[in-house]
Every structure is written in C-alpha cells, then in structure tokens.
Design a protein around this ligand. Structure first.
Ligand SMILES: Cc1cc2nc3c(=O)[nH]c(=O)nc-3n(C[C@H](O)[C@H](O)[C@H](O)COP(=O)(O)OP(=O)(O)OC[C@H]3O[C@@H](n4cnc5c(N)ncnc54)[C@H](O)[C@@H]3O)c2cc1C
Length: 297
C-alpha cells in the first residue's frame, strides 16, 4: 500500500480490522487496512505515502454507514477524536472534523452562542456532518458553515468558502479526492441558559421519538419532497417487519434496528424490501440516506 514502508507516520495502522466496531449498526466486514492518524500533520504524512490507486474510505462515528459483510478492500481513515479541537473566537467557531457533534453543541451553548444547538441531536463527527449536511430540529450543518478545510489525496490542505460546495438536503458535492478536516462555523450571539435548555429539550424529544438505545443507522431513507419516509413506511404496514436479525423500528419506522445480531446483508435486504414495498403501495420511490459501501460476502 505504501510507497515506502519505513514510514514517518505516527498514527495507528491496523490490518484486517473488523469494521463492526466502527459503525452504530454494529455490522460490517473487515478493512484491509485501518489508519487512525495521530493528528492532522500525521494524516498529511500518511496520505502522502499511500499509493495513488489505494481505495480510501473516511469514517467518523459510522452513524450513517452500512458497511457490507465482505468489508472494505482498501484503507479506512478513522477520524473520530483526530483533529477534534473546538476553538471559539467571538461568533466564529473552528471545529476539527474529528470532534463529536454533541460536543460542538455543548461548547457553543457554554459560550452563549446560538445556532449550534441542533448538533446535539446528531450522533456523528463534524466531518460526517459536513459530508452529509446533517440536520435536526430545524437546523442544518451548512447553514452555519462559512469555510471548510479540505485535505487532498496527497495530504495538502486548502480552506474553501462554503459557496464552493453544492449543498442540498442531506447531500454535499465535493471534489472526489478531497475530504473534510475542519470547518469554520459562524453563529449568533445567544444566551447560555436558553441554549442549554434548547439542547435538553432536543435530546428529550429525540429519546421520545427515536429508538436511541438500540443499534441503528438513524434515518434509513431521505424524506421525499413534502412528505416523511417514516410516515410512508408506517402507512405501508412495515413497522416491526423483519429480515434475519434486522427489523423496522416500532418506535420510528424510518429506523432499521440491529435487533438480534444481524448481518449487513439482512439490513440491505430490508432496505431493498422497504423501498420496493413503499413504491408498490404509494408509487413513491424512497432514496436511501445511509451510505452503503464495501463488498458483499
Ligand atoms: C440514532 C441516530 C440518529 C440520527 N439522527 C440524525 C439526525 O437527526 N439528523 C441527521 O442529519 N442525521 C442523523 N443521523 C445520521 C448521522 O448521525 C449523520 O449523518 C452524521 O452526520 C454522520 O456522521 P458520522 O461521523 O457518523 O459519519 P459516518 O457515518 O462515519 O460517515 C458518513 C459519510 O460521510 C463520509 N465522511 C465521514 N467523515 C468524512 C470526512 N471527514 N470527510 C469526507 N467524508 C467523510 C463517510 O465516508 C460516509 O460516506 C442519525 C444517526 C443515528 C444512528
């Protein structure tokens, strides 16, 4: 994989690493290589040494990823906790891609900044939120981003203004060989107590409406224009429907739960089944929100 194996990198390189430990669904085969960089500089060094044709998969907290049972025949870059600093300067907050969104929300609230509370509802990293344009309870990632720092395949860094990205609902187009390493948020002046209260309310609402205690990938499908995927799936009588160990949540029909030690294949088959059944009954074709990657077993 590397141009020179007597390398300069300081992070942790693992071989044949099981990816089920890296996704919230707790499924997935092994990665040929998995690299956890020591810091941003180390990531730059590592990337400069990776062969140009090595397939790369970036992973944050794996809360929007279905990795197939055959795993990933390339190098996974595990970013959670790497370059994870949060720095506040006035209304500007610079956040590393490896920071957990929940931590970003809490820190913004502590600083009395308004506009970042919604991040508390997203169980991923800032990098994943940037890649997905994650949103919750009326807030959306790219509404508060002014700039994003990208790293290229060769390890070069470049800051890009938000208008250089084509952003839409749960989707962001970026150059294929660039990934997020940090972002600058621009927030408004707010009130500490109000922001902390907003976070508490949001988490209560989430606990009341989502099966938060069970392994899942969050919302499986995007909401179609003017409707809700969960409403359509429920209307089609699919709550509780099961394939192998994967089932449609009784609490939130757009969540698929790893109920009983399921495989990625069980989940993928259930996704296909739900998509077909909803289309058969309603003529609406749901599009998956979760990213499905890797090889079938
Ligand atoms: C219980 C639960 C509730 C959820 N609720 C919500 C919600 O309310 N709103 C919402 O929007 N989402 C929700 N999600 C989905 C998920 O949390 C978000 O999509 C989140 O932004 C994913 O972040 P992550 O770090 O886990 O990304 P991952 O799942 O690790 O990766 C997601 C995608 O982003 C890519 N990626 C990751 N890091 C980078 C990077 N640094 N640079 C470039 N690409 C990268 C990955 O390759 C992958 O394609 C929920 C998930 C769960 C399990």
């Amino acid at each position: 994989m590397m141009a020179a194996m007597q390398t300069q990198y300081r992070g942790e390189l693992r071989m044949n690493e099981s990816l089920s430990d890296y996704t919230t669904w707790r499924v997935g085969g092994v990665a040929k290589h998995l690299y956890r960089p020591a810091d941003l500089e180390d990531l730059q060094t590592f990337l400069a040494e990776v062969a140009a044709d090595e397939p790369l998969l970036w992973i944050g907290l794996g809360s929007n990823l279905l990795i197939r049972d055959g795993g990933f025949n390339g190098t996974v870059i595990a970013m959670y906790g790497v370059n994870a600093d949060i720095q506040v300067e006035g209304l500007d907050v610079t956040v590393g891609a490896g920071a957990a969104c929940a931590k970003v929300a809490r820190q913004c609230a502590r600083e009395g900044l308004s506009g970042g509370a919604f991040f508390a509802g997203i169980p991923g990293t800032m990098g994943g939120a940037l890649a997905m344009n994650a949103g919750a309870f009326g807030g959306e990632t790219w509404n508060v981003i002014s700039q994003a720092c990208m790293i290229s395949r060769s390890g070069k860094l470049v800051w890009r203004d938000s208008d250089e990205f084509d952003v839409s609902y749960r989707s962001v187009k970026r150059l294929e060989d660039e990934w997020f390493v940090a972002a600058r948020l621009n927030l408004q002046q707010g009130d500490i107590a109000k922001e902390q209260q907003a976070i508490r309310e949001l988490l209560d609402k989430r606990a009341a409406t989502q099966p938060t205690g069970k392994p899942s990938g969050g919302s499986t499908f995007r909401n179609p224009e003017g409707d809700y995927a969960a409403r359509l799936i429920e209307q089609c009588g699919l709550k509780g429907y099961r394939i192998g160990g994967a089932s449609v949540s009784e609490k939130h029909a757009n969540f698929i739960i790893n109920e009983d030690d399921c495989t990625a294949a069980d989940i993928e088959q259930l996704i296909v089944f739900i998509g077909n059944e909803v289309e058969r009954q309603t003529s609406i074709r749901l599009q998956p929100e979760v990213h499905i990657v890797g090889d079938v077993l």
